[in-house]
Design a protein around this ligand. Sequence first.
Ligand code: NAD
Length: 296
Amino acid sequence: MVAQVIDGKAFAAKVRAQVADQVAKLKEENGITPGLAVVLVGEDPASQVYVRSKGKQTVEVGMNSYEHKLDADTSEEDLLALIDKLNNDPAVHGILVQLPLPKHLNEDLVINSIDPAKDVDGFHISNVGLLGTGQKSMVPCTPLGCLMMLRDYHGSLSGMDAVVIGRSNIVGKPMAQLLLGDSCTVTIAHSRTKDLPDVVRRADIVVAAVGRPEMVPGDWIKEGATVIDVGINRIERDGKNKLVGDVDYASAAERAGAITPVPGGVGPMTIACLLANTLTACCRANGLPEPEGLTA
Ligand code: NAD
């Protein structure tokens, strides 16, 4: 079997177009422009790239983008004061604090100081609890993007065996909650899982979110399974820098029914879902119906 490639780049463009459409309607019919505030503390080069890209795409879909760049030695008090100001600003519907934060800042405290209704990253403890109990929440962007692609490919996921490799708060755990919410039978595998190949071989859906280059070989993949590769790993091969996922793409594509490539799979969906979450937050804040197909 040669797997169908799930094109995350094209899918993300479709999501952004849907968001842009809804934003235009909100402006025209309600006089409301959704606004996303992104807070960056320090000068981490990768974070700077992400923040720039987020700001650019926010503006491209017609939303307002508010960027707050703070010095690396910003005090916790000053950061919390800024978040408080953004929480109380009616023009701001989504707030994202770019992680990781410099070591002297308490990440949990900072994230939990964001108004949960504006927490478009879905990391606030209230949103984690709401997702875990199957209630309406803000859903973390990367797992939301994976869910959208799976629903698009399969329609219903009900009754499917899914394995999520990785148990991080950002990807693994919320991904497992979302799959459970769609009535999959979910296994969460991690670094202490005893027989990972055996666990993966039983799965109709494999979501790999580990951060180890090509650790899942093709012969672990059940014939016809759907493989969602969240991993982004920079490696050097044949003297060149390359991005690879957690799955060995070439061998997995020979057995899977469908697979996301790296790059061009899950990656582009993350910012698209951030924009979708900002739109959702804006609609909720104004008592308007939520955009269809853009939430969990
Ligand atoms: P993390 O380091 O927080 O978590 C990794 C998880 O993998 C841990 O729960 C650990 O138990 C598990 N693990 C480690 N070694 C293992 C092994 N040998 N077998 C099974 N499980 C093992 O990482 P994260 O933040 O969840 O990110 C995972 C990957 O996804 C990284 O490559 C990251 O860059 C990528 N990522 C991509 C996006 C995106 O937009 N596409 C977003 C977030 C993360």
